[in-house]
Design a protein around this ligand. Sequence first.
Ligand code: NDP
Length: 238
Amino acid sequence: MKKLIVITGASSGIGRSTAIKLSNEGHPLLLLARNKEKLMELNLPNTLCKSVDVTDVQSIKEAVVEAEEKYGKVDCLVNCAGIMLLGEAQNQDPEEWKRMLDVNVMGVLNGIHVVLDDMIKRNEGTIINISSIAGRKTFPNHSAYCGTKFAVHAITENIREEVANHNVRMITIAPGVVETNLLSHTTSDEIKDSYTDWKKTIGGGLQAEDIANTISFAYSQPQNICIREIVIATTRQE
Ligand code: NDP
């Protein structure tokens, strides 16, 4: 059997497509998200589904221990769980900022905390963090979201430098617009409408499967090759 991969945010969108892709390639999986029913609906072989909030490091740890007992050590963590609460800085509820920081930044760090030490000791492993083009440039009403994604880029690259000589790969995937449920988290209808209008001007986004293929491509390189970052968007996204 191939090696164990952990995917956070596997109940929807990019994480869900990635779970299907990597399972089809023969990997046992640990799938994490709050909605366990949606994880179970995938009905993938050699897969453990756990209802885990990525802001709770202890519950990630317990799920990983259980998965490793069944399928062996974690070879790859895909940190995909994330939320996008767009808002004008002047009006946005700080609670929304906090939720985004907790899920998009602490959630990523929590996953890394659980698997990294063992990867370093074994001198192998891969961590793939899903950032965004919004982690490289800014967009209207994205201030806190961009902040979280710039953080994901920085965290990934900084840890990569730390662990490179332990043969552990740290990879950032930075998608442009992808057709998923991500926008639905935003509470302002006005902002949602203007985002949707902008999306039409570029002919819509990529499909979640496109990002799953990209994740699979980066992971499937030999362990001595680390694709540090992939930025992927529709040709028409400026
Ligand atoms: P979706 O909304 O479709 O999926 C988000 C996933 O994150 C769900 O599985 C959700 O599961 C999970 N999630 C949210 N909060 C938590 C939490 N506290 N604990 C555990 N899981 C959580 O969006 P996408 O698939 O688009 O988003 C995936 C990633 O891709 C995000 O990091 C996003 O920022 C990034 N991205 C998306 C882009 C896009 O245009 N769609 C572009 C660039 C980057 P549940 O609700 O069951 O917990």
